[in-house]
Ligand binder design. Structure first.
Ligand code: ADP
Length: 575
């Protein structure tokens, strides 16, 4: 199993497999966990928002209660037992009149003395007719006082059953209970409990009733928006929709702008025990809020995840590149050693033969000299390539530009190597234009580039041995073309061959040794001249490499072209 792994998988495949197992798998598991927790979070968000709304309602209830209590404390808070005595009657009358003047929202005011002995019970009621003393037996004859007494009894019973120890009590009569008063919808009562001297649970109290119009038209429309603003729950408070319903489910107040369901409904007590208060959002629902939250979190997770995956892919690519480079370097070392060894062995062999005087004919000697010469040239070329490459890598490669004729430089290279090429069985054709514009070039570098291209044409040719070198002006460039009828380069490899150490790994190349530096160097040289290198090639048909070297700006001739309008137009020499 392990052997199979070692043999059949390339290091690149191993790297990918490792990445899948070590990185992608945990990332996928993490994503699934994250997704599930987001779904969980969505339902928790719903509960949390609902809780927030519940708290908002409670806060509003308490604040409304506090507000009404404040009014009751201001008006009923200072009433004492002495005010009930017959001597205090006039004082109380004046006091109630002053209160009504100051608080037009108050409808009636009462005090009830119901302490022992019961036969001494009485009530004082301040209505539109002024202050009246009502004896225990006359209570039924006074509907306002009777209603107040009945409301107090209800409030008091609730107080006992809920064990609330508040000094102030509330009661609200329904519209049916107020039938005895035509046109009356409901009545809101606030009572203040007064201590009886017998120490028993007291039934002495002062109370007031509020005008229903005040509650509906002034109190609620004024206080609710203020309370909503002060409910500091989250930044959506301004978007809260609130409604108040009476006992027949009639909406008596709402700040809602659009139709939509309230999310939560509860009692509007203790101040308005018969009413309900409901809350929701004006333009959304809890469901939509939770979904929105979920989607935002999901997007964020997906974004982070894609960054992670991108990071993994980039790391993988970089690692695989490094691996390829390391592999290429080791191939390079073995190739170069072979490239160095072969010419050296030949040079030694022929030099020794000559030295020992074993060569009989001068022709033979001449041939050996030529071989030595050729091999040392190859060696020089290879060493030059390696030295230049290392200079480029270290950023120390310098060019010395001089304005000169490119054709001359190319011709010189051909002259030096023509014999060698032809001797290797090649048909060498040249087409070097004259009167080309001069270019600012580094002579040695351009020679080296051309030589590399010619060398490659020789190296990568099979049976059909033809090389064509052409130098022509093209637009504002001087184009050097080296064409062969060799093995060609597959399209997918044509970009990569300019990378350092890269060698095509199919076809004849397997048998041809090389450093993989030649074209990388040529590209660097051309780019240093602000030029370009291009390749046109088809497997089995041959290749054409073109170097485009910019001609010196001043030398790009301008011709005067006459148009009807008589403009002067710069034209490239080729046109
Ligand atoms: P080397 O020739 O030392 O391998 P180069 O950088 O000069 O390195 O070339 C890179 C690769 O490009 C070569 O290995 C070869 O596969 C391909 N190549 C270059 N020139 C030619 C050509 N004229 N015909 C076919 N293939 C070529």
């Amino acid at each position: 199993m392990l052997r199979w792994w070692k043999i059949s998988l390339s290091s690149r495949t191993k790297l990918i497999l490792l990445a899948v197992v070590a990185l992608m798998l945990p990332t996928t598991i993490l994503s699934i966990i994250q997704y599930r927790s987001l779904v969980d979070l969505e339902s928790k968000t719903k509960v949390a928002v609902q809780d927030n709304l519940r708290q908002t309602l409670q806060t509003i209830n308490h604040k409304v209660e506090d507000n009404l209590k404040y009014l009751a404390r201001k008006t009923l808070g200072s009433i004492e037992k002495a005010d009930f005595e017959p001597e205090g009657f006039e004082k109380l009358d004046r006091y109630f009149a002053a209160i009504k003047l100051k608080h037009p929202e108050i409808e009636n005011l009462f005090v009830f003395w119901l302490c022992e002995p019961k036969d001494k019970s009485f009530a004082l009621a301040y209505t539109n007719d002024g202050l009246k003393r009502i004896g225990a037996s006359q209570l039924k004859e006074n509907p306002d006082a009777n209603m107040a007494y009945w409301a107090f009894e209800n409030a008091h019973a609730t107080r006992i059953s809920t064990d609330v120890k508040s000094e102030y009590l509330f009661w609200q009569t329904s519209s049916q209970e107020s039938m005895n008063k035509p046109g009356r919808q409901f009545q809101e009562f606030i009572f203040r409990i007064l201590p009886c001297s017998d120490g028993k649970d007291s039934t002495a109290f002062a109370g007031l009733s509020l005008k229903p119009s005040y509650i509906q038209e002034t109190f609620l429309p004024h206080i609710i928006p203020e309370l909503l603003r002060s409910c500091d729950i989250d930044d959506r408070d301004s978007a809260l929709a609130l409604g108040i319903f009476d006992e027949t489910s009639n909406e008596v107040y709402t700040n809602r702008t659009k139709w939509g369901d309230y999310e939560l409904k509860s009692s509007f007590g203790p101040a308005f025990p018969r009413w309900k208060i409901a809350v929701g959002y004006k333009d959304t629902t809890i469901e939509a809020l939770a979904k929105d939250n979920f989607q935002k979190n999901l997007m964020l997770t997906l974004f982070v995840l894609s960054l992670l995956v991108l990071g993994i892919i980039l790391t993988l690519r970089a690692t695989s590149r490094e691996m390829k480079l390391a592999q290429a370097k080791s191939t390079f070392v073995s190739n170069v050693s072979h490239e160095l060894k072969t010419p050296l062995a030949l040079i030694r062999l022929f030099a020794e033969t000559l030295e020992l005087g074993r060569v009989k004919s001068t022709e033979k000697a001449q041939e050996y000299y030529r071989i030595i010469n050729n091999e040392s040239r190859r060696l020089t070329q290879l060493i030059n390539n390696i030295l230049d490459f290392s200079k480029i890598e270290a950023g120390r490669k310098e060019y010395e530009f001089q304005e000169m004729d490119v054709a001359e430089v190319v011709e010189e290279v051909i002259r030096s190597y023509e014999y060698q090429i032809v001797n290797a069985g090649f048909e060498l054709a040249t087409d070097i234009g004259h009167d080309l514009p001069p270019a600012s070039i580094d002579r040695d570098a351009i020679s080296q580039a051309v030589l590399n291209l010619i060398n490659n044409a020789v190296k990568y040719s099979d049976e059909d041995k033809k090389i064509n070198v052409r130098v022509r002006a093209r637009d504002s460039f001087v184009a050097i073309e080296v064409t062969d009828t060799g093995i060609g380069i597959p399209r997918s490899e044509q970009e990569k061959i300019f990378e350092k150490f890269y060698r095509v790994s199919t076809g004849l190349v397997h048998n041809t040794k090389g450093s993989g530096l030649g074209l990388a160097l040529v590209k660097h040289i051309v780019e240093a001249h602000k030029g370009q290198i291009t390749v046109e090639s088809a497997p089995g048909k041959g290749s054409k490499f073109t170097l485009l070297i910019p001609a010196s700006a001043a030398s790009v001739k301008t011709k005067e072209v006459k148009f009807d309008g008589g403009y002067k137009v710069a034209e490239s020499p080729n046109n």
